[in-house]
Design a protein around this ligand. Structure first.
Ligand SMILES: NC(=O)c1ccc[n+]([C@@H]2O[C@H](COP(=O)([O-])OP(=O)(O)OC[C@H]3O[C@@H](n4cnc5c(N)ncnc54)[C@H](OP(=O)(O)O)[C@@H]3O)[C@@H](O)[C@H]2O)c1
Length: 259
């Protein structure tokens, strides 16, 4: 099989109906993969799946699920197992954020953010293990791609205490799972994203657009081309010697020198 080839691969992108997950699902469908997307808003999800299928050669299917609950991660894996004999690529992308002042930051913002951003990454990976193991080989491994963040590496600009802690946890979970699953030929990597337009970032970008762009060396937001390049690399044989890596996709936020 060609190096940068995902044609015919079976993929699951959590939160694939919007934002970064949408861009990654689109990339996979454009390159001929069969992509399942899951999240809570089934109406939106189904419309996105239909739209993506039209943009094929690949195809896209919607599964309704609130994956913050472990039993729902299992249900998503069972729904895929009912139709497929394997899963080649799992993108753990669904996530949420909470911003609030230190003094009033609520306990519930820890449960919500850690529950989705960290626990669901673990639960979905475990739920999909037998599908991920099914056809993985040293020459054509399966891939788990976790969506991390620059805010899990540097100190965040805003007061998003549970979010930045959750993304640092995702990075470390990525390394731990990569070590544990290497002998199953399942590669586990994280993409530390910088600023991309999405539902989650809409109001923040409206308020702080110039400040945010000042902090990006390349001076722009990320786009679907940027997601496509990274997604095809990390989903294909091109990355078969890469595991446990936290790969920045952030236009140089982390190397921007401040005068
Ligand atoms: N955009 C950025 O600048 C940026 C930067 C760094 C990292 N990230 C990360 O990128 C990922 C995607 O975020 P985004 O920016 O693209 O925002 P987004 O468009 O709001 O995407 C979040 C996705 O998660 C899904 N989701 C939320 N709660 C869920 C639940 N309980 N169960 C299943 N799915 C759920 C949402 O779908 P439903 O509402 O239908 O459930 C939505 O599709 C997140 O992990 C985020 O932390 C984003």
């Amino acid at each position: 099989m060609e190096l940068f080839q995902v044609k015919g691969k079976v993929c699951l992108v959590t939160g694939g109906g919007s934002g970064i997950g949408y861009g990654m699902a689109l990339a996979l469908v454009k390159h001929g993969a069969k992509v399942y997307i899951c999240s809570r808003d089934m109406k939106k999800l189904q419309a996105t799946a239909d739209e993506l299928t039209k943009r094929g050669p690949g195809s896209c299917y919607a599964i309704e699920a609130d994956i913050s609950k472990q039993e729902n991660c299992k249900k998503v894996a069972e729904a895929i197992a009912a139709k497929e004999t394997r899963l080649d690529v799992l993108v753990n992308n669904s996530g949420c954020v909470w911003g609030e002042a230190l003094e009033t930051f609520p306990d519930s913002a820890w449960d919500k953010v850690i529950g989705l951003n960290v626990k669901a990454v673990f639960n979905m990976t475990v739920a999909c293990l037998s599908l991920l193991r099914a056809k993985a080989t040293v020459d054509d491994p399966s891939h788990v791609i976790n969506i991390g963040s620059i805010d899990g590496i540097r100190v965040p600009v805003l007061e998003t205490y549970s979010y930045s802690a959750s993304k640092a946890a995702v990075h470390q979970l990525t390394r731990t799972l990569a070590n544990r699953l290497a002998t199953d030929y399942i590669l586990v990597n994280a993409v530390a994203c910088g600023p991309f337009h999405s539902k989650m970032t809409k109001s923040t970008f409206e308020q702080f657009r110039d400040t945010i762009l000042d902090g990006v060396a390349l001076g722009r937001f990320g786009d679907n081309d940027d997601l496509e390049g990274m997604t095809i690399f990390l989903s294909s044989r091109a990355s078969k010697y890469v595991t446990g890596a936290i790969i920045p996709l952030e236009g140089g936020v982390l190397i921007k020198a401040n005068l």
